[in-house]
Design a protein around this ligand. Structure first.
Ligand code: KG4
Ligand code: ZN
Length: 334
């Protein structure tokens, strides 16, 4: 039987990524051109620059992927791309490239939701068992999702203000750490020999929603007050207190959801799933509650195209293809 080889493209934010995934499991190549260095100097992603760089990198990355996999376009089964959500100018570059390829090759075309991609990144390495609770945490998303079965999503909680990764990056900037601040705060928190007690936003007792702007403001006000008094605050203590608050709220709500919904698995996904402290806390909580816990390896946590290939395979199995009149959807819902 011929393997199903999906070429997947992801350009929703600041990574130009192309992958070829076989049968939804085997990653033949996973090419990424990161624009981190470019955006670092601005302290965040500049949309205009991001889309221009995607244009410059796209054909190079595509050729690299095919060359590295020793495949030609005729060896492929389908072309997949992130349809949304994301930055419109960035999405458009990937969508246009993918449509052109599909039109030229006459291969089936598959539009994928970015968050479905983050979730199914787990299928590259794990068996998923349903029902499950997915905790999706990234620079743009903070969601608790109930998945009754494969392909079904019910958002049971989400952030009311900042996404977790966004809060990490803002606090990172306040601590004068390089962009993105997430990994740096994670490292500082792990090394810290002290902490600063910070608030936790639990919201209503039965709510699965999140709020991180108050926590972020608390950090800012501690730093500002110290500055006015001419005192210094140890950055690793701030990082430790901030990360402790984030992890406490995320893991407490995720575990409560897993129990209430009778989840047979807890799944972690998104860029912040790379966080060592969060992985550790959920590993321990899930072991105590006897709920299997899965998360992707580091390379599949932050934005990549292999996860889009994995999510597209699901649609391939259902033969649920997308028309070439598909439009990028910057605010697409799951
Ligand atoms: O999934 P992703 O690559 O892009 C979005 O779809 O948003 O996530 C990027 C986010 C950034 O905010 C970054 O700071 C955060 O993931 N991140 C981390 C860690 N590694 C990446 N946050 C906390 N700890 C980490 N180790
Ligand atoms: Zn993402």
């Amino acid at each position: 039987k011929q393997p199903v080889r999906i070429l997947a493209i992801e350009t929703s934010c600041d990574e130009t990524a192309v992958a070829i995934v076989e049968d939804g499991k085997h990653v033949l190549v996973n090419q990424i051109s990161s624009q981190m260095k470019t955006h670092e100097q601005y302290g965040g992603v500049v949309p205009e620059i991001a889309s221009r760089q995607h244009v410059e990198s796209m054909t190079i990355i595509l050729e690299e992927a095919l060359q590295k996999a020793k495949l030609s376009l005729t060896d492929l089964s389908a072309i997949a791309v992130t349809k949304g959500p994301g930055l419109v100018g960035s999405l458009l570059v990937g969508v246009t490239a993918a449509k052109s390829l599909a039109a030229a090759t006459q291969l089936p075309f598959i539009g994928v939701h970015h968050i479905a991609g983050h979730i199914y990144a787990n299928e590259l390495e794990h068996e998923l068992t349903y029902p499950l609770i997915a905790l999706v945490v990234s620079g743009g998303h903070t969601e608790l999702i109930y998945m009754k079965e494969r392909g079904s999503f019910e958002i049971i909680g989400q952030t009311r203000d900042d996404a977790v990764g966004e809060a990490y990056d803002k606090v990172g900037r306040a601590l004068q750490l390089p962009y993105p601040g997430g990994p740096h705060i994670d490292r500082l928190a792990m090394e810290a020999d002290g902490t600063i007690e910070l608030p936790r936003a639990w919201l209503e007792p039965d709510s699965y929603d999140f709020s991180f702007s108050g926590l972020k403001s608390a950090v800012m006000s501690i730093l500002n007050q110290a500055k006015m008094k001419g005192q210094t605050v140890e950055p690793s203590h701030v990082a430790h207190g901030f990360q402790a608050s984030v992890i406490d709220v995320l893991s407490t709500k995720a575990m409560r959801a897993a129990e209430q919904y009778g989840a047979r698995q807890l799944l972690l996904a998104g860029g912040v799933a790379a966080n060592q402290g969060l992985r550790q806390a959920l590993t321990e909580a899930c072991a105590a509650a006897n709920i299997p816990f899965v998360y992707p390896s580091m390379a599949y946590c932050t934005d990549n195209a292999a996860m889009i290939g994995a999510a597209a395979f699901l649609k391939w199995e259902q033969q649920a293809f997308t028309g070439l009149d598909m439009k990028a959807e910057p605010l697409m819902s799951l």
